[in-house]
Design a protein around this ligand. Structure first.
Ligand code: ALA
Length: 543
């Protein structure tokens, strides 16, 4: 593989060569081994599976399953065939997971897709992917926080406590005029049709702010500023709680469905056949797949722990593929229970799992499931928020964002400035924007990152064939290509409106890169004395 040194790059000068300047993979690996505060290798394969499950089970399954199965503004209902959407997305993610596993085992370093892209496809693509990952982690977390409020509301509703809409709803909402709108809460109605979506949609500005979502994000931010090990312990407890309630939900559902309550079912789709099972055929399944893709987001975060893993070459592939397999299986069963026990039109789009439990008449279990959902969403908030700040940190360390973002707090040893900034951004977004738009924007960002990882793995097979690959995606470059095409395919199921909003995000990214990153990149300013600068650059996180 021909890798240019920073000095060569700086002197080569042309715009194109600067845009595609690459970091040397061997140098990144050597730096990570030699750094003063080397990360401790303590994690096992089991820990990584827990980590992956912790990052995945959240708003996707607890909340979005509802709107994906029953349909929402501009989205076709998948119906019970949402089970197949999970299989489809699970397979596509599986191909991408193999690529992540190959990359992470080959280069067990932090920074995930951003770092992989920097060493294979060059700085410009790495920046785009870094920017896409911010979309994945920060905007994804806004969606999770909105889902968190939904779960709190469902929990309190169990005790007949109903919180006022003006501080539990988002300021911006897309609603379908066909659904009837509660005009009492609408202060300003923008009477225009959102272009590109169905003609009955309107965008509303309500006199509302999602305060619980805002507060929970700020609490998570504080936890992350004060210490990562505390956050990890908190997340582990929450992972066990949420997995436990998911298993409880499936067990109660199986008892309900097969234990003599079949006559109670409203949507007995396994008796009535395909039209009830898949009300909108394949289109519904595809739309469902693009929405619930959100539920799979997080397995890639396992690769971020590569530098802290005892035997990364073996354990990272197990962690990524194991957590993906477990979640796919659980998601299919949960969807079967929800759509088996609740009629499509009655599925609660704010808290699908919790209210399905209530529909089965097990009040005590319903309370437990709400607690599990709240714990589950909180752990996702923690993991994604941490991953998001680490990406910002890595980008700023490379000079593409201001250096102050990678400053470490002297006492808490965490990147406090970028943690607080990301926290504020996420908290305000969670207070203002609707969950579906947020989740779909997050999906586009993640799908883009997945595509780059697949393409990167394929490219490296040709440009660097002799590098040791402790884990190899089988069948040459076929799986990476299928993974990349699969992601493109899922992307096509997302509404055009989401594309336009996401496009604006990337435009902002371009402005930042050409306005700042391009000229401040560390590769642009190669060290005069490399030894000294490597030391200066070692402002690494001790986590
Ligand atoms: N997969 C995570 C969730 O569903 C992001 O909340």
């Amino acid at each position: 593989m021909s890798i240019e040194s920073p000095a060569e790059l700086a002197s080569s000068g042309s715009l194109l060569s600067k845009l595609f300047r690459r970091k040397n993979l061997d140098k990144i690996l050597a730096d990570s081994e030699n750094q003063e505060h080397k990360l401790k290798r303590t994690l096992t394969a089991f820990d990584l599976v827990i980590f992956g499950v912790g990052a995945m089970i959240g708003a996707g399954i607890f909340v979005l399953t509802g709107s994906a199965a029953a349909g929402s503004e501009g989205h076709l209902a998948a119906g019970p065939a949402l089970i197949l959407s999970f299989v489809l997305t699970g397979f596509i993610c599986g191909f991408c997971a193999l690529c992540y596993a190959e990359f992470a085992a080959m280069a067990p370093i932090s920074g995930s897709a951003y770092t992989y892209a920097f060493s294979t496809l060059g700085e410009f693509i790495a920046w785009i992917i870094g920017w896409a990952l911010v979309l994945e982690y920060a905007v994804g977390n806004m969606a999770v926080a909105v889902g968190w409020t939904g779960s709190i509301k469902a929990f309190l509703a169990g005790y007949h406590i109903h919180l006022p809409t003006f501080f539990t709803s988002n300021m911006l909402n897309t609603v379908n005029t066909m659904d009837g709108v509660d005009t009492s809460i609408v202060l300003q109605k923008i009477p225009f049709t959102i272009p590109f979506t169905d003609t009955h949609q309107i965008l509303l500005i309500q006199n509302a702010f999602n305060l619980p979502a805002f507060l929970v994000v700020m609490a998570v931010t504080a936890l992350l500023v004060f210490g990562v090990s505390e956050s990890a312990k908190t997340a582990a407890v929450m992972v066990f709680t949420k997995t436990g309630v998911i298993l409880l939900f499936i067990a109660v559902g199986a008892f309900f469905l097969f234990g003599g309550h079949m006559e109670l079912l409203h949507t007995n789709w396994f008796k009535e056949g395909w039209t009830t099972f898949a009300p909108n055929g394949f289109n519904g399944i595809l739309t469902g797949a693009s929405t619930i893709f959100f539920a799979y987001i997080g397995f890639d975060a396992v690769s971020a722990a590569a530098e802290e893993t005892k035997n990364p070459q073996r354990d990272i592939p197990i962690g990524i593929l194991g957590s993906l397999a477990i979640c796919t299986f659980l998601y299919m069963l949960v969807t079967a229970v929800i759509t088996g026990v609740v009629p499509l039109y009655q599925i609660n789009k704010e808290a699908a799992v919790v209210s399905a439990m209530g529909a089965m008449g097990f009040e005590w279990a319903s309370v437990l499931v709400s607690i599990g959902a709240i714990a589950g969403l909180t752990s996702v908030l923690l993991v994604l928020q941490m991953a998001g700040t680490r990406i910002f940190y890595a980008i700023s360390r490379d000079g593409l964002l201001p250096a102050s973002l990678s400053k470490i707090h002297p006492k808490y040893q965490t990147p406090h400035i970028c943690t607080v900034l990301v926290g504020l951004f996420v908290a305000v977004g969670a207070g203002l924007l609707p969950i579906n738009l947020l989740a779909e924007m997050c999906n586009i960002g993640t799908l883009a990152a997945f595509i780059v990882v697949c393409v990167g793995v394929a490219i490296l097979r040709f440009t660097d064939p002799d590098r040791e690959r402790p884990f190899r995606t089988p069948m040459g470059v076929i799986f990476p290509i299928i993974g990349a095409l699969g992601c493109l395919f899922v992307m096509t199921g997302l509404p055009l409106f989401t594309w336009v909003v996401t496009g604006s995000w990337f435009l902002l990214g371009m402005v930042l890169y050409f306005g700042y990153g391009f000229s401040h990149s560390k590769l642009n300013n190669p060290p005069q004395n490399p030894t000294l600068t490597v030391k200066a650059n070692r402002e690494e996180l001790p986590v």
